[in-house]
Design a binder for this molecule. Structure first.
Ligand SMILES: Nc1ncnc2c1ncn2[C@@H]1O[C@H](COP(=O)(O)OP(=O)(O)O)[C@@H](O)[C@H]1O
Ligand SMILES: [Mg+2]
Length: 220
C-alpha cells in the first residue's frame, strides 16, 4: 500500500533520508519512530507528495508518485487521509463544517455530504458536538474532529504525525483506539511518533529511523 524503493531526500546539504526501502502492506497499522529531527515528518510528507524525493521511487495506494503530475495530486490526496499538526481546525467553522469542508473537492450533493459527515462524527463519538466551534472542545475532542475530517473521504491510507502530541495518556489511548478501529475496517494506517508508549504492547510493526536510515524494525 505504501512502498519506498531506495528513497533519498536532502534539504540543501542536509541528508535527511538516505537510500530507504520499506513496504507497508495493505491493511497494516504501523509506526515510524526515532528521535526528534530524524525525518519522520519528512517521510510522511513524501507519501502524499508534499515533498518529492531526490532519488528513488514511492508508491502510495497504487500511485507511482514519480509519474504523478502536479495537477493529479488532488486525486492522490482523496485516497490519503492526513492527521497532521499543521492541518488544524478552522476556528470560525463548526465541527460539522470543518469535516464537511474536506468533501468540497468531491463534488457531492448536500444531502450526501450530510450523511457522510454525520457518519464519521458518530464514529468518533462527536455527533452531539456538530454545531460547536473548535475552541469549545477539549484537546482530545479536537483531535477526534481532525481524525473525522481525515476519514470522511474514506481514504485507503491514513497518515498521522504525532497524533497524540499534546494529549494526556488517557486521551492518547482513546485516540489510538480510534486508529485501531479505523484500521480494523480496512484502512492502512501509518503513525509517526517519538513517543515509545504509543506503540509499546500494540503488537504492530515499528520502523525505527536513525541517521537517515531504517536502523531497525521491530514489533511494538
Ligand atoms: N522544508 C524544510 N527545509 C529545510 N529543512 C527541513 C525542512 N523540513 C524539515 N527539515 C529538516 O529536516 C530534518 C528532519 O525533520 P523532520 O522530518 O521534521 O523530523 P522529525 O519529524 O523526525 O522530527 C530536521 O533537521 C529539519 O530541520
Ligand atoms: Mg515530526
Amino acid at each position: 500500500m505504501i512502498q519506498f524503493i531506495n528513497v533519498s531526500k536532502s534539504y540543501d546539504t542536509d541528508i535527511i533520508l538516505k537510500d530507504i526501502s520499506f513496504t507497508i502492506e495493505k491493511g497494516e497499522l504501523a509506526f515510524v519512530t526515532g528521535p526528534s529531527g530524524v525525518g519522520k515528518t519528512t517521510l510522511l510528507r513524501l507519501i502524499y507528495c508534499a515533498e518529492r524525493p531526490d532519488e528513488g521511487d514511492i508508491i502510495t495506494a497504487g500511485w507511482d508518485l514519480r509519474k504523478l503530475k502536479q495537477n493529479t495530486i488532488p486525486f492522490l490526496r482523496r485516497n490519503v487521509g492526513i492527521v497532521f499538526q499543521d492541518f488544524r481546525l478552522l476556528l470560525n467553522k463548526t465541527v460539522f463544517e470543518n469535516v464537511a469542508l474536506a468533501l468540497r473537492i468531491h463534488d457531492m450533493h448536500p444531502k450526501e455530504i450530510k450523511e457522510h459527515v454525520n457518519g464519521v462524527l458518530k464514529e468518533v463519538r462527536l455527533k452531539h458536538k456538530e454545531n460547536v466551534f473548535p475552541h469549545h472542545l477539549s484537546g482530545g475532542e479536537q483531535q477526534r474532529v481532525v481524525i473525522a475530517r481525515a476519514m470522511v473521504s474514506k481514504p485507503t491510507v491514513l497518515l498521522a504525525d504525532e497524533p497524540t502530541g499534546n494529549l494526556d495518556s488517557e486521551t492518547s489511548k482513546a485516540i489510538m483506539n480510534l486508529f485501531r478501529g479505523i484500521n480494523a475496517k480496512g484502512t492502512t494506517v501509518l503513525i509517526a511518533t517519538h513517543n515509545d508508549s504509543l506503540f509499546q504492547g500494540t503488537g504492530r510493526r515499528v520502523l525505527h529511523l536513525r541517521d537517515g536510515q531504517v536502523e531497525k524494525e521491530f514489533i511494538g
